[in-house]
Ligand binder design. Structure first.
Ligand SMILES: Cc1cc2nc3c(=O)[nH]c(=O)nc-3n(C[C@H](O)[C@H](O)[C@H](O)COP(=O)(O)OP(=O)(O)OC[C@H]3O[C@@H](n4cnc5c(N)ncnc54)[C@H](O)[C@@H]3O)c2cc1C
Length: 466
């Protein structure tokens, strides 16, 4: 079907004003928070499951690829329409449909921002725990597709531990319900399969999430260190002492300096690293937990440990941590956010080796990370206009992922594979593994129309075997 006729068909489904196809508009959808770009052929704003199903059906009939998009904040190129086609913008499906406090569930549309869900639940005394630092601009649909994490995921688990059910539009346009309000559904755990599938199995149009009562009390600490090794050793020491704080976050000196310049949250500019440690639970227990952690930090070399006196001080510390990626933009025109994991006991070693990679490639690499999960985010600074520098950055990024794997970790903690890490998949999977995973993709999407060209290396090479 000719492009113009296809666009007219899209307009018949969603209304004239909900389809973009001018050059200028399409340019705005050719990138996300990663480094690659590719323009779609059309962008469609959808408002209901039925509209999504009709658009996907049209794509299916005409063999047109499609890519769901939420806030476009993913860091792995997940929303880049590699093969052109239609981008379905989910952001207007943003309503909280139901809150069921007796069953600790909420039903949400996928375009709702993560923070907005939190803000809607807070007055009722409830919370949704996975809290990516991007929560102001990242949607629940994007969180589901990337299996997102966040500071609170150390204690409470990542998105997959909080998604109970999904309404999805499969790549042939069929609407399916998987999982649900009940704790377990018979048969395969298809919800678990869909969470983290990066838009390659279809589009989720409703999400049933687990909600929890807000903790009775919270205490937030800032532990300040002159040695990055001592700071990272403390992380394992806290866990080894039998304590599971709600968060265990870490930032190094360069990040601290950038954060201080932009957010002014009182971080000391001369220290090597800080840990932000938060404990939550029953009020009676918090004082003892806080005291034990403060002592442990000091035993492990903290030069000072501050305990936030009130909500305002706590909020300021979190503004600093959540604003860290944004603040680092002050340091260079661009940066590559690496996302790898190691067993938390390997943090001191991996940080040393990351610094060595920086020296080898002559690149600055500040670090900010979910230390409790051993999930590091080295940020490799560069200027995207310098092609030679970009090449060095890519090599350094790959070397950091290799290090993570050598130390018993893996190539992604929470940002997904997308385009960015397709080659790195070979560091952790054999050809046979990749072939098996592709069979799952094919079971959902035999025509390979849902976000094609992502996650798996050398798709064509293995296609004949599947
Ligand atoms: C400053 C910053 C901080 C960040 N901090 C964190 C963090 O702490 N933890 C973390 O995990 N991530 C973090 N991220 C990464 C990013 O925010 C997450 O991956 C987030 O979940 C993406 O949500 P989104 O709505 O922007 O999704 P998009 O970027 O729009 O899409 C991401 C993927 O989801 C798919 N998708 C989107 N909607 C749907 C849907 N309805 N159905 C099926 N597939 C869909 C897309 O096709 C794509 O593959 C950060 C990013 C930035 C820029």
């Amino acid at each position: 079907m000719a492009h113009k006729v296809f666009v007219e068909e899209l307009r018949k489904i969603v209304g004239k004003g909900n389809v973009l196809d001018s050059d200028v508009n399409l340019q705005l959808y050719q990138y996300d928070a990663y480094l690659e770009e590719r323009r779609p052929d059309a962008v469609v704003f959808v408002h209901s499951t039925e509209e999504v199903a009709r658009v996907v059906k049209l794509c299916n009939v005409h063999g047109v690829p499609f890519v769901p998009r939420g806030g476009g904040t993913n860091l792995s190129g997940g929303t880049i329409p590699l093969k052109g086609g239609v981008v379905l913008e989910m952001i207007r499906m943003n309503r909280l449909l139901e809150v069921d406090t007796a069953n600790l569930r909420a039903r949400v549309q996928p375009g709702m921002f993560n923070l907005e869900l939190g803000n809607s639940l807070a007055p009722l005394g409830y919370q949704y725990l996975p809290d990516p630092a991007s929560q102001k601009a990242a949607t629940l649909g994007g969180n589901v597709a990337e299996n997102s994490g966040g500071p609170h995921c150390f204690k409470y688990g990542v998105t997959t531990n909080h998604v109970m059910g999904l309404t999805v539009v499969l790549p042939d346009g069929e609407i399916a319900e998987i999982g649900g309000m009940a704790p377990d559904t018979p048969g395969y755990d298809l919800t678990g399969v869909f969470v983290g599938s990066e838009g390659t199995f279809g589009i989720c149009t409703e999400v049933v999430v687990r909600i929890l009562r807000q903790a009775e009390g919270v205490k937030t600490m800032l532990a300040i260190y002159d040695s990055i090794e001592r700071g990272s050793e403390t992380v394992s020491a806290i866990v080894a002492a039998g304590m599971i704080p709600a968060t265990l976050e870490m930032m190094d000196q360069l990040v601290i300096q950038a954060v201080e310049q932009s957010i002014h949250c009182g971080l000391p500019l001369d220290c090597a690293t800080v840990l932000i440690i938060e404990v939550d639970g029953l009020k009676d227990d918090l004082e003892a937990q806080t005291e034990a952690i403060v002592n442990l930090c000091k035993t492990h070399g903290a030069r000072e440990v501050r305990v936030a006196k009130d909500d305002a001080e706590r909020a300021l510390l979190w503004a600093g941590r959540r604003g860290a990626f944004g603040a680092v933009a002050r340091l260079s025109p661009s940066y590559l956010v690496c996302d790898g994991t190691v067993p938390r006991t390997a943090l001191p070693v991996v940080l040393k080796k990351v610094a060595e990679v920086g020296k080898k490639y002559d690149l600055k690499i500040p670090n900010v990370f979910h230390a409790g999960d051993g999930n590091l985010h080295p940020l490799i600074l560069f200027d995207w206009r310098n092609a030679e520098q970009k090449e060095r950055v890519m090599k350094a990024g790959m070397e950091i992922l290799e290090l993570c794997v050598q130390l018993g970790g893996t190539i992604s903690g929470e940002h997904g594979v997308g385009l960015e890490k397709m080659d790195a998949m070979r560091l952790v999977h054999t050809e046979a593994d990749i072939r098996s995973q592709l069979m799952v993709k094919r079971a959902f999407d035999p025509q390979d129309l849902a976000n094609p060209g992502k996650i798996f290396p050398a798709l064509q090479e293995v296609a004949s075997v599947v």
